[in-house]
Design a protein around this ligand. Structure first.
Ligand code: SAH
Ligand code: SF4
Length: 340
């Protein structure tokens, strides 16, 4: 604005229009002079992803497929009352990490999202759900590995934190990562530090390497050590996500090892019974197995919850986010390139 010879407060007005009031064009910005609106419209575009598809689950979960400016598609999800209102947001088109049970991983990485594209999902979800004026939480648990798109993800959190915009406090954000150790350490230095969730999924190095490919570079124990170093405020804890795969990592011995592994870590465990899908070579364990696993953890003093799968009927549940998009390099090549 100052470059255009305009007062600085114009920038704030425009920012407020876009991020607080969901303006999709300059014409609605009625507190700007008419001539300014016209000149901005001639020179700029407010890029808002288009809603290509909107599904509503019988449990109230809503899934949006968004089309980006280059026709790539991503998914984001609104999960009501869990207990807060939660928006699950993507950070990449696809994912390079290739976890054996995840459909997004099967896509490979198509491209990173920009900070604007990550934050815009919140803008669109807030609009669609009518929650613009309400408090909501954000989980970076959609498509992609947020730490593999580190700079854009952090910039999106800064954008969303702006007092003239969504004013989202970092306490309301949870970043879920497969465990890229150097970037967990970097995250620990961020002024706007989100809550941390680690996708652990296994209790031995061999077991984890078999289902979480980045584990061959950043092993289970290295991830736990990074968590021990991670600064936490008094009452907060790290969430450890653990997808339960029938007959693979769901035995009582696994549960006991998991409790031992987390000994002395300020942790809570979130068990996620696998959402099965064609092409995923694993099965969801029976409910009694899940309960037994949870009970062993609880008996050993570990705080544990079982994630209720929301929106499975519209393929909006964990690991079910996938859109058209081909994988060019082989999975192994792509992962090697991603991990550097
Ligand atoms: N890439 C990040 C965040 C996205 S995945 C990460 O992996 O943490 C969000 C969560 O969904 C992760 O814990 C992931 O392991 C889990 N998930 C992936 N596929 C799943 C499936 N088929 N069933 C249940 N959970 C799954
Ligand atoms: Fe990527 Fe997370 Fe899926 Fe693994 S579970 S492939 S890291 S999105």
């Amino acid at each position: 604005m100052t470059g255009r010879g305009l007062p600085r407060f114009r920038a704030r007005q425009i920012f407020q229009w876009i991020w607080q009031r969901g303006a999709a064009g300059f014409d609605v910005m009625t507190n700007l002079p008419r001539a300014l609106r016209a000149s901005l419209a001639a020179d700029f575009r407010i890029v808002t992803p288009a809603i290509a598809r909107h599904d509503v689950s019988e449990d109230g979960t809503q899934k949006l497929v968004l089309r980006l400016h280059d026709d790539r598609q991503i998914e984001c999800v609104y999960i009501p009352d869990t207990p807060a209102q939660t928006f699950c947001v993507s950070t990449q088109v696809g994912c390079a990490m290739g976890c054996a049970f995840c459909l997004t991983g099967k896509m490979g990485l198509v491209r990173n999202l920009t900070a604007g594209e990550i934050a815009a999902q919140v803008r669109v979800l807030a609009e669609v759900t009518g929650l613009r004026e309400s408090a909501f939480n954000i989980v970076l648990m959609g498509m992609g590995e947020p730490l593999h798109n580190y700079d854009a993800t952090m910039k999106a959190l800064r954008l969303l934190n702006e007092p003239d915009g969504v004013a989202l406090p970092p306490k309301r954000v949870t970043l879920s990562t497969v465990g890229l150790v150097p970037l967990i350490d970097k995250l620990a230095t961020e002024p706007l530090m989100p809550n941390l969730a680690i996708s652990l999924h296994a209790t031995t190095e061999e077991q984890r390497a078999a289902i979480v490919p980045p584990s061959t570079k950043y092993g289970l124990h290295a991830v736990i050590e990074a968590c021990r170093r991670f600064p936490l405020s008094k009452r907060s804890r790290i969430t450890f996500e653990y997808v339960l795969l029938s007959g693979v990592n769901d035995t009582p011995a696994d549960a006991r090892r998991l409790a031992r592994l987390l000994d002395g870590v300020k942790a809570k465990v979130n068990l996620i019974p696998l959402n099965a899908a064609p092409g995923i070579p694993f099965e969801r364990p029976a409910d009694v197995t899940v309960d037994a696993f949870a009970r062993i953890l609880a008996q050993r003093g570990v705080t544990v919850s079982v994630r209720k799968s929301r929106g499975r009927d519209i393929r909006a549940a964990c690991g079910q986010l996938i859109v058209e998009g081909g994988r060019k390099a082989s999975a192994a090549q792509a992962l090697a390139a991603a991990l550097g």
